[in-house]
Ligand binder design. Sequence first.
Ligand code: ATP
Ligand code: MG
Length: 441
Amino acid sequence: MNVNIVKGTHDIYDDDARAFEYIEMVLKAVAEMYSFQQIRTPILEYTELFTRSVGESSDIVRKEMYTFLDKGDRSVTLRPELTAGVMRSIVTNKLYATKDLPIKSYYVGPAFRYERPQAGRYRQFNQFGIEAVGVTSPYQDLECIMLGYDALKLLGFKNINLKINSLGDQESRNKYREALKEYFSKQIDNMCADCKERFNINPLRILDCKVPADQEIAKNAPKMRDYLTPEAKKRFETITNTLEEYEIPYEIDDSLVRGLDYYSHIIFEFHYTTENGLNVGAVGAGGHYDNLLSEIGGPALSGVGLALGIERLYAVMKDDNLLKEEKLETDVYVMPIGEDSIKDAFGVAQILRANAYKVEICLENKSFKQLFKRAENINAKLAVIIGENEIKNNEVVLKDLHTQKQVTIPLKNLLGTLDMMFDDKEEEHDHCSCAEDIHHE
Ligand code: ATP
Ligand code: MG
């Protein structure tokens, strides 16, 4: 009987793995352009970290966490997001005291949420994100949004839909919460069970409800923007004005509250619809926070973060054909002809690898037809063919798989010839120069 893959998880291999790596490479490069440094935190954390940071009223903590008791009866959780771990690390390692502020970290890695699997929604998925901690300026929030915007542009996204909203400061939110309670108190009996619970713990969460009938009711609810204190309003305006100045299109979405409890002031989401109309939900999201670090025992430092879902980026990039370059490339395929040639061919492959060529070798006795099929599958540029005659004469056959031209050369010249061909290639950029050049040697 087959052992199945865990529901909602997925394997990533070959071209897809290369595509994931490419996406992560671009994201890391952008983070480094903005001078963020990498942080790697454990996948496993004490459950309390998430109940205190992500928040008791969030869907994540209420329904989506992989929580279990370890053998020492401690409640641990597979991280549902990475921000909490970064904050815990700042506290654990006292980075706020030992490092200059701001602390600017980026991360990439898996997160786990027990959700109903569907397009763009997995139970184990990968997030890339950044956190800047220890700056209060709204320009830090802007930097974070712009980093996300730049990253999406560099990945090839054209019409990025940036949604923003402000949750204001504590005072703004307290007033707003009262107004929402008042509004929903008349309707709550007709709303879903989740909303009834949200009404008691955090009525803001009701605005996040995905049930259409509830969304209809929420449409006419009071708007956060009418409850912002003058300071909170000014902060929000600095951000919107600057986005306009830099011609970054945005849309103010009054129903945007985000799924995590720790935000205040600006929150944002990046949405994207492919040319075929594929929309997998938000590709990334983030916001400003004031109490997150102090909530878990650190100092009262503000911060701002952004997280992008790699699976969702991948899905839309694939649909929009933005990943076509991510193919396997092999420099040389070494083809032994006959069982007896394998040993010598093996030695040749090892020498080429030691000289930094990407080499695959066939280690079975295969027909020419099979060998060339494989060469095609692995996108090999050149074949080095080694048979009984070649071994006897200390030679190899070098074949350019693009032009199909081939030459026989002394084995001792192989490396020099390849170096010359690949040097040319770098100058000419495209593929390596053809075997004709070898004749002129
Ligand atoms: P959603 O509203 O779609 O559930 P979220 O608000 O829960 O998203 P965040 O916590 O902001 O998501 O996570 C940041 C990003 O991680 C999302 O924008 C998305 O790209 C990705 N993401 C979140 N949950 C999943 C999931 N279950 N599978 C794949 N990617 C996900
Ligand atoms: Mg979610």
